[in-house]
Write a protein that binds this ligand. Structure first.
Ligand code: B12
Length: 500
């Protein structure tokens, strides 16, 4: 029997991220909106809430035959040294099962995917992916598929080159060998239409995950040696107009989603954009109805910005400082100093803003002296919380990957995990001077200071991994809302509120 033709106007999106507490796949919400605007009906299977992925897929494919299936890969692993949970094998099970249910083309995308797209396509045996933004490229690709036209010039498209195997796309140039990557079209200003935010069940993510998310820009111009963000989002800031960000917040508020985490890697870069977003939220009077959290760089951070953020509803700041020893900050490619970090603490203390510092310890050049500096500096400037990640995930394509390979050659590296092929599965850099002493030594410095989230400590409560974090899941069930670190903080010290 000839295969029946697919529903040319229907696209299925799948979220295979099963980590708990759940974090909304806002990337899928954005691309579902743009597919709808392009005239497609969009179905979403959110496996985060499914008891069995097979049952969910069976039920769907009994009644539908979409023209294509888009799968988002936000995470490839939990990037956490102590657990090193690699979720691509599980995602492969899901993808393999989708292939059992349909022979329509699969398309991969998402931030985790965009960090190392070709090895992921090869591992999952998929022919098509889109690097970076999906809003324009995915509808363009699916339109071509619906019209029976070749899609090979679409910006950002990655496709299997001619010559062979998986056959999912029905032959033609998409057949085997290596992959071809089209250069992406990175629009300078993200003036995309307002996302409707209706595909993902954002109210459920609020109930079960404590918050929703919204993005104010994409890309990063910093040079941190370990970071995958520029690889996955581009090396230039691309801004969303503050009016669109505020419109989107109003859409979420209309759904009852009043706790948000900004999905920018560092909200205050560029500085003027952060001011503009806060001003627009305040101008519309949304600050009183909203509680939000953000990642920030310690520089540029001023009392002017902090006041605006609080007026706009900010309830807490997570500064990705990485370290507090100037030598290590330089080694990690950071452009600020310990004095700048001290200034952020002074501003937050003056305004009563809960704030946390994220430390990334064990990198190139780390030793006992720099660890001692970092921990004692934190204790001295008294942030509300300090998150410690020790052992740094090495992503292919970063400066850290080059340093790790050179150190392996010299015999001076401690790389834990899978080095080959090219740091695909989790691999972590641990400074040669520390090796196995990294965790015990940090534990001896932190002692029983409850402000530190440190998985190597004696306290179970110190677990600083948001994957399979049962304490957080319990708290959210009981009604706690907000950033995970702030929920954990409030659990420890009930009753503190922000006063402006
Ligand atoms: C904000 C954030 C958080 C917040 C989330 C808050 C919230 N309410 O959303 C918090 C702090 C909770 C968090 C937690 C974690 N996070 Co986080 N997080 C981020 C961050 C900064 C933004 C994610 C985001 O929403 N981006 C905005 C959306 C719109 O972008 P997007 O998903 O990429 O989607 C776009 C494109 O990729 C594309 N696209 C997306 N899907 C698809 C699908 C198809 C088919 C196509 C064609 C295109 C496409 O189109 C979209 C629109 O253009 C990213 C880094 C980054 N800059 O993205 C890290 C990041 C995703 N997190 C990461 C990690 C590791 C985690 C944790 C596992 C950490 C931990 N151990 O606790 C947990 C996991 C939680 C969970 N349950 O999944 C890593 C993942 C790396 C990897 N390779 O796996 C990242 C990349 C940071 C890093 N280390 O580099 N995170």
């Amino acid at each position: 029997m000839p295969p029946k033709s697919a529903d040319n106007k229907r696209v299925l999106l799948v979220n295979p991220n099963e980590m708990q507490p759940p974090v909304a796949p806002i990337g899928l919400d954005y691309i579902a909106g743009s597919l709808e605007q392009a005239g497609f009906s969009v179905d979403l299977i959110d496996l985060c809430f499914a008891s069995s992925f097979k049952e969910a897929l069976d039920a769907y494919f009994r009644g539908h035959d979409p023209i294509a299936i888009g799968v988002t890969l936000r995470n490839t692993d939990d990037c956490y040294y102590l657990s090193q949970a690699f979720i691509l094998p599980r995602i492969k099970e899901i993808i393999d099962y989708i292939k059992v249910k349909t022979n329509r083309p699969l398309i991969l995308g998402g931030v985790g995917f965009s960090v190392m797209p070709e090895p992921i396509l090869a591992y999952l045996e998929v022919d098509l992916g889109i690097w970076g933004d999906g809003e324009r490229a995915l509808p363009a690709l699916v339109k071509r598929m619906a019209a029976g036209e070749e899609p090979f010039d679409i910006p950002g498209l990655i496709y299997r080159k001619a010559g062979g195997s998986s056959g999912q796309t029905g032959g033609g140039p998409l057949a085997s060998g290596g992959y071809h990557c089209n250069p992406p079209e990175l629009a300078e200003l993200l003036d995309l239409p307002l996302p409707r935010r209706e595909a993902v069940d954002n109210p459920r993510y609020l109930r079960e995950g404590g918050m929703g998310g919204v993005e104010t820009k994409r890309g990063c111009e910093q040079s941190c040696i370990y970071c995958a963000d520029p690889l996955a989002k581009g090396r230039r800031y691309r801004l969303r107009p503050p009016s669109i960000v505020a419109d989107e917040i109003e859409v979420l508020l209309g759904q009852g989603v009043d706790h948000l985490h900004l999905c920018d890697s560092e909200f205050n870069l560029p500085y003027g954009h952060a001011l503009g977003v806060c001003e627009e939220i305040i101008r519309r009077g949304l600050g009183e109805r909203l509680a939000w959290y953000a990642y920030l760089s310690p520089v540029p951070f001023t009392e002017e910005l902090a006041l605006l953020m609080v007026k706009a509803g900010c309830q807490g700041i997570n500064f990705g400082v990485d370290h507090a020893a100037d030598r290590m900050l330089r080694n990690l490619g950071r452009s600020f100093t310990a004095a700048d970090i001290r200034e952020t603490a002074a501003v937050c203390h003056r305004l009563g803003i809960p704030f946390m510092y994220d430390l990334l310890l064990g990198g190139p050049g780390e030793n006992k002296s720099s660890l001692t500096t970092a921990i004692s500096f934190m204790k001295e400037i008294e942030p509300s919380r300090v998150g410690i990640s020790a052992g740094i995930r090495i992503y292919p394509g970063t400066r850290l990957a080059e340093i790790a390979l050179a150190d392996i050659e010299k015999g001076t590296a401690n790389v834990r995990g899978a080095i080959n092929p090219a740091f695909f599965a989790p691999a972590f850099y641990v400074s040669h001077a520390l090796g196995d002493e990294l965790y015990p030594f940090i534990a001896s410095l932190v002692k029983k200071d409850g402000r530190f989230f440190f998985g190597g400590g004696e306290e179970a409560a110190a677990n600083y991994n948001y994957n399979a974090n049962s304490m957080l899941m319990e708290a959210i069930k009981k009604g706690y809302r907000g950033a995970f670190w702030d929920i954990l903080r409030r659990l420890a010290e009930e009753g503190r509120v922000i006063k402006v």
